[in-house]
Design a protein around this ligand. Structure first.
Ligand code: ATP
Length: 882
């Protein structure tokens, strides 16, 4: 690396780093250098250490309570129980550890998928390499939309300005130049340098890398170091608070059970021990962890479908998204432009003309057509001088058209060297260049008709400029082209003796004509729009394009119908902001589906407007100007291929293959994950509730205890964890994309879910207490047999409980639980483990199990099944609504 690159002449920097401005580093030197200098990454963004992840698992209230229970068990000289609780602690911590570790690993893996690439010159060849492999001395080519990959000294630049707020806090773009600076210039003033992590707002440049990785200016700022640490997602926070609440409830119940032991004639010590065991058992250990792992699994699954989620919480927010704002060009349309029609003052050119030799010849003799071709070639962003290979489709279409018409664009570019360029500016909606024509200069301009026409005093007619008599005729012509769904651009020029100053650059232009480009809608878009519509998600097209073009495309893709097309279109220029609005305007904005002629910053304001009106907004954007809106939206979405690096950097979701429809899978995943977690929670709580109430009820009505402390621990640790995990693996219910999006403030369990949880829990309790009374009073069995029958009834009723979870409106036999193979596997495993407790002598003794006969087994099954039946009756008669 080199320290004071800003104070040295470029040649010195090149010499010091053994590089060449034209040919770059030699490949072998670059390879050697990466070995000595290390990769171009910020190593301080180290993930949490394995040890720390493990320790964190032990620092939770759940573990504290388990520890307390273990100590109590010791004090009561129940060594076996204390060991069992220790076992619970170890297993809980281990499961938590493995899951969090996996989650961190998957996030890292996903982050690798979105690694950035940089255009470098090495060994005389231009090519893209991973930004990680950059070394000092590399020559890089950067342009608007790129994130600067390392610190570098500028060699050449065209109108370069950068957003350096991440480094300086200053939000205004900083203009760059090449001049050498004094050694003690502050970083913020080093105009001849670009810095790692800053964003190129405009222009392009060639630069030599002077520092990489930790040696860059941003690498020195330590606050960024903790970036990859896993932050708690809102879902995890919700689950954590639910857990805390449940712990409290459990403790109260456990104390009550313990107390009731003292008051009743039961063995008080046994009751206290049972209370402890219940507390241990009923605490939902797996709850917070399961959220992390289900979210992480969701992310991995989506990445296989080419949807990369960068932040864990995004998966959840996707399930809540109720508005999707999208741009038009490239997302809804192909972004493959073709010139369709050109209108001059007194002629019209159809694309077929140039294919006809006769017509073509005539055209090439027309001075107006020749002037048009000149602007099309010279004022063109795809001109190799400006682009690093990422050209605008409009510009490519113009090159293609010129070629088809038989012109040699490279010759023209050589003949009229460029002296100045105003790159396409989405705020001005135009682009301009000044080209030398021997001793004079031509200003070439193209852009949106309204942007160009306002500067035009005359129009080219038969090769001569004439005053425009009626501008409205031109506006009408542009509108007509737009109404056919064409993208419309106007072309103008002027000749001057000197290079015009910036403030008069666009003054007194001569209009040449307007052009309509075809950009067909993507063929999968109409289907996608319908899917989002059915899912209760409102899609809004936000575009810088003409209202006519936007409306027509919106109709073609089914976003609006022909009748409502005017009603549902909003013109960006009609609104100065989206804040001080009257109720009618609010209504219009809420209903509108097409926003045309929108300025980049209006996208951000619109996102805020929707958020204010209960919108959870997913925003699709590609450009550097979209970055603030992407950041502000609840879910920022960028395209993997077309998106600029700046957009991809701030986005939460990246659609790797640029398909709008891919978002559907992400939304589906977001919705089903929440549903799965909900099932999981209802299942665990209702099972735990059944255990606590059964024991409490038995002690109150003075019948043999249905569960002994070690049985409770065994049951919770081993038996019911598998179905719970299997519930987390569900694919989501069939109608999930036809439901309305979930409200973002909706709790994990709504009132109806709580009702269902209590009903399921009480049904199980009823079965357990029923079997206890039946075996005790009617069959007059021994206490231990009564207990065994209750224990097995509880096991079976809890397993049957999984079938209670699918929504009431779905079939009992065919639903996502019965169709989930993991559920069936988990039932087999759970029954297997319960049988092990019976067949392995040591476990059998520990769990106080004795032999049961067939009749008793049948009674167990009947009671267990009855619990399912009771819950189902409640569900089918509508008393349980979920
Ligand atoms: P979006 O991509 O957001 O759907 P858009 O691509 O139509 O919308 P912009 O790229 O901001 O929006 O373009 C706005 C207008 O600027 C276009 O309607 C067109 O008239 C003009 N324009 C677009 N590209 C160029 C270009 N390369 N040169 C000159 N003018 C252009």
């Amino acid at each position: 690396m080199i320290d004071d690159a800003h104070s040295l002449p470029v040649e010195k920097v090149l010499d010091a780093l053994g590089s060449n401005a034209q040919t770059g580093l030699k490949e072998d030197i670059a390879n050697d250098r990466i070995r000595s200098e290390g990769e171009n990454i910020l190593t301080r963004k180290k993930p949490k250490s394995i040890f720390k992840i493990f320790i964190d698992q032990l620092l939770s209230p759940i573990i504290y309570i388990l520890f307390a229970a273990m100590i109590l068990a010791f004090l009561f000289s129940e060594v076996l129980e204390a060991i069992a609780i220790l076992f619970v602690i170890i297993i809980t911590a281990l499961i938590g550890f493995v899951m969090e570790w996996q989650a961190i690993r998957s996030i890292e893996a996903l982050q690798k998928m979105v690694q950035t690439e940089t255009m470098v010159i090495r060994g005389g060849k231009e090519r893209k390499i991973s930004s990680r492999s950059l070394v000092p001395g590399d020559i890089i080519l950067i342009q608007a939309g790129d994130v600067v990959p390392a610190d570098a000294r500028l060699i050449k630049q065209t109108r370069l300005s950068l957003k350096e707020s991440m480094l300086t806090g200053e939000s205004e773009p900083v203009q760059k130049d090449l001049e050498d600076l004094p050694k003690n210039t502050r970083i913020t003033d080093r105009k001849n340098m670009v810095f790692n992590g800053t964003i190129i707002a405009r222009g392009n440049a060639r630069a030599i890398v002077t520092a990489t990785g930790d040696n860059t200016a941003i690498g020195q700022i330590s606050s960024l170091a903790r970036e990859t640490e896993h932050k708690r997602t809102p879902l995890e926070k919700k689950l954590n608070s639910l857990t805390h609440w449940l712990i409290l409830l459990t403790l109260v119940l456990a104390v009550m059970v313990g107390l009731s032991g003292f008051l009743s004639s039961n063995d008080p010590v046994l009751m206290i021990k049972t209370g402890i065991a219940l507390a241990v058992a009923a605490i939902p250990e797996g709850l917070p962890v399961v959220a992390t792992i289900t979210l992480a699994r969701g992310m991995l699954k989506l990445s296989k479908k080419k949807v990369v989620i960068k932040k864990l919480e995004a998966v959840q927010t996707l399930g809540e998204t109720n508005i999707i704002c999208t741009d038009k060009t490239g997302t809804l349309t192909e972004d493959k432009m073709t010139v369709k029609k050109i209108i001059f003052e007194n002629s019209e050119v159809d694309i077929d003309f140039i294919k006809n030799e006769e017509e073509n010849k005539k055209l090439r003799g027309d001075p107006v057509f020749n002037e048009f071709i000149k602007v099309a070639v010279l004022c063109n962003g795809a001109n190799t001088k400006h682009s690093n290979g990422n050209a605008d489709a409009i510009d490519l279409a113009l090159f293609e058209f010129t070629k088809e018409a038989g012109y040699d664009s490279s010759k023209m570019i050589e003949q009229y060297p460029e002296e100045y360029e105003l790159p396409f500016d989405p705020n001005l909606k135009l682009m301009a260049t000044v080209n030398r024509n021997e001793e004079s200069f031509i200003t070439n301009v193209k852009g949106a008709p309204e942007s160009i026409l306002k500067y035009c005093g005359s129009v080219l007619k038969n090769g001569q400029p004439e005053a425009i008599e009626d501008k409205s005729r031109w506006y009408k012509r542009a509108d007509d082209l737009a109404d056919d769904g064409l993208r419309v651009l106007a072309f103008a020029y002027k000749k001057t003796k000197e290079i015009p100053e910036e403030k008069v650059l666009l003054k007194k232009l001569i209009l040449i004509g307007i052009t309509g480009f075809i950009d067909p809608p993507r063929n999968d878009i109409a289907g996608a729009i319908k899917i989002y519509h059915d899912a209760g998600i409102r899609v809004k097209m936000i575009t810088g394009d003409h209202p006519g073009t936007s409306r027509k495309i919106a109709q073609e893709i089914g976003l609006i119908s022909k009748e409502e097309s005017k009603l549902k279109t909003v013109l960006g220029s009609d609104y100065s902001n989206f804040e001080d609005l009257d109720s009618d305007q609010v209504e219009i904005l809420l209903k509108a589906s097409v926003f045309a002629r929108m300025l980049p910053e209006q996208k951000l304001h619109l996102v805020r407007f929707y958020q204010k009106h209960r919108g959870v907004v997913g925003m699709l954007g590609d450009g550097i100007n979209d970055a603030p809106a992407l950041q502000t939206a609840d879910i920022g979405i960028s395209m993997g291929i077309r998106g600029t690096e700046a957009a991809r950097e701030v986005a939460d979701v990246i659609l790797m293959d640029d398909k709008f429809i891919a978002l559907k899978q992400a939304i589906h995943q977001g919705r089903s994950i929440f549903e799965n977690i909900r099932y999981f929670v209802i299942f665990l709580i209702s099972c735990n509730l059944a255990e606590v109430i059964s024991v409490a009820a038995a002690s109150v009505i003075n019948v043999p205890l249905p569960l002994l402390p070690l049985q409770i621990l065994y049951l919770n640790l081993i038996t019911d964890i598998f179905p719970a995990l299997a519930l987390g693996m569900g694919k989501g219910s069939k109608g999930i994309m036809r439901m309305k999006p979930r409200e973002s403030d909706e709790p994990i369990l709504t009132r109806n879910h709580w009702k269902a949880t209590v009903v399921y829990g009480l049904s199980i309790t009823l079965a357990v207490i029923g079997v206890v009374i039946y075996a005790d009073s009617y069959l007059d069995l021994s206490d231990i047999l009564v207990n065994n029958m209750a224990f097995y009834t509880l096991v079976m009723a809890q397993l049957f409980n999984v079938f209670n979870l699918p929504p009431a409106k779905e079939s009992f036999f065919i639903n996502e639980v019965t169709m989930n193979p993991w559920i069936w596997l988990s039932l087999v495993v759970s029954i297997g483990i319960t049988s092990l407790g019976y067949f392995i002598p040591f476990l059998r003794e520990t769990l106080s199990l004795t032999s049961l006969n067939l009749d008793q087994l049948i009674i167990i099954l009947v009671f267990a099944f009855a619990s399912l039946l009771i819950s189902q009756v409640f569900k089918r008669i509508g008393l349980v609504k979920v």
